[in-house]
Design a protein around this ligand. Structure first.
Ligand code: PLP
Length: 393
């Protein structure tokens, strides 16, 4: 084979990637062991029936052709309405571009604001694909950790200290994966101030905005921010549509028109029948309330079961689909803890260090299982913690 490009080989450097415990749990489950998988961020339930029906009707209705590059007009309109609700800023259809999933919106945002050699700041703990998305653009980045003891809120002094002359953007995610932290108004205002002062883009990943457990605050709504914020949205979490691969990016009209060229050379538009089903799901909010209520109930049940557990502290865990447990008082090596929990109690969780240094000494527990399963996992965790001997493990 001739030599592949350094661009493609550089996206995912070889070596450890933090998913070792997850794949070990998965392999054992496939082999028939009774493993409770709390390591993945995908729903344990299907897409709402109405959305499925909308897609079936659309595919039977001869919607089999190319669609406009930035998305079907009906879809863009529905996404603009959703962005208005999500960000609190009146949004028109030409301020959004449809993408195949939130990941592609993130990719588009990074491609749109960073040249090779430019620098960005990534606030951690972060979603696992962030570093690779910057590598794909040939951009450099600095990870700024958020303190666990402050519920993983971003601190302005730490961010300021990471700014370089070639810094062009800051990437944040609230409600956060993996910590479940919801960034406070105060911290977002400080971030916005930094962006204005240094003329930076703010890339704001808000794919969990409906799962925040309270009113969602988007930094796009803060003074002077609409012109410098690109918001990443997705159908995956809010509408129960992970496998449909549909998301969008919101920003200033000029930037969105430029981004249409990226769709020209990558997707050349999205599938028509999926676009129609998504538009209908957005227009009618199919599943949104039910999914939000389901995760809120699961979070409450699981966190309640954690109450009073010796040496385990809940951090963040206010929204999104995850709970973050500080287990450092039991075992500072979170990967060792996670592997031992899998071996002894057959529960698969993600070691916090897979998501950045700030989450080291933690485990991320996915709430993508029904309440009885989460309660059983909590029982196993309690038993494991009470008998754990650091030297013996
Ligand atoms: C924070 C965050 N951003 C973006 C994504 C990408 O989601 P999708 O591509 O399914 O829309 C995920 C998926 O888990 C995520 O957790």
């Amino acid at each position: 084979m001739p030599r592949p490009s350094s661009r493609i080989t550089g996206i995912v450097p070889s070596g450890k990637d933090g998913w070792e415990v997850h794949f070990a749990a998965w392999t054992r489950k496939e082999a028939g062991e009774d493993i409770i998988m709390l390591s993945v961020g995908d729903h344990d339930f299907d897409t709402p029936d109405q959305t499925i029906e909308a897609c079936v009707t659309a595919v039977r209705g001869s919607n089999h052709h190319y669609t406009p590059l930035p998305g079907l007009p009906r879809l863009r309109k529905a996404m603009a309405v959703a962005s208005t609700a999500c960000t609190g800023v009146a949004t028109s259809p030409d301020q959004v571009i449809a993408t195949p999933g939130g990941q592609a919106a993130l990719y588009a945002a990074v491609q749109a604001v960073l040249d090779k050699g430019d620098h960005a700041i990534v606030v951690a703990p972060y979603y696992a694909t962030y570093p690779n998305t910057f590598s794909a653009a040939g951009a450099d980045f600095t990870v700024v950790e958020t303190p666990a003891e402050d519920g993983f809120q971003p601190h302005a002094t730490d961010i300021r200290a990471a700014i370089r002359p070639n810094t062009r953007a800051i990437l944040i995610n609230t409600p956060n994966n993996p910590t479940g932290a919801v960034y406070s108004r105060h911290h977002l205002e400080e971030l916005a101030q930094i962006c204005r002062e240094h003329d930076l883009w703010l890339l704001s990943d808000e794919v969990y905005w409906t799962l925040g457990g309270g009113e969602h605050l988007s930094p796009r709504a803060l003074p002077g921010m609409a012109e410098r914020t690109l918001v990443i949205n997705s159908m995956s979490k809010s509408h129960g549509m992970t496998g449909w691969r549909m998301g969008w990016l919101t920003g200033q009209e000029t930037m969105i028109s430029l981004l249409v060229n990226l769709n020209l050379v990558t997707t050349y538009g999205l599938p028509a029948f999926i676009s129609i089903a998504c538009a209908e799901a957005l227009e009618n909010g199919y599943g949104v309330k039910e999914i939000a209520e389901r995760y809120a109930a699961r979070r409450a049940v699981f966190l309640d079961a954690m109450r009073g557990m010796n040496n385990v502290t809940v951090r963040g865990s206010e929204g999104g689909m995850y709970a973050m447990l500080d287990i450092s008082a039991i075992e500072p090596d979170d990967e060792k803890f996670a592997f031992a929990l899998l071996d002894e109690e057959k529960v698969g969780v993600m070691p916090g260090s897979s998501f950045g240094e700030a989450a080291a000494g933690h485990i991320r527990v996915s709430l993508c299982q029904p309440e009885p399963v989460l309660l059983e996992a909590a029982r196993r965790l309690r038993r494991f913690v009470s008998s754990y001997r650091r030297e013996a493990a």
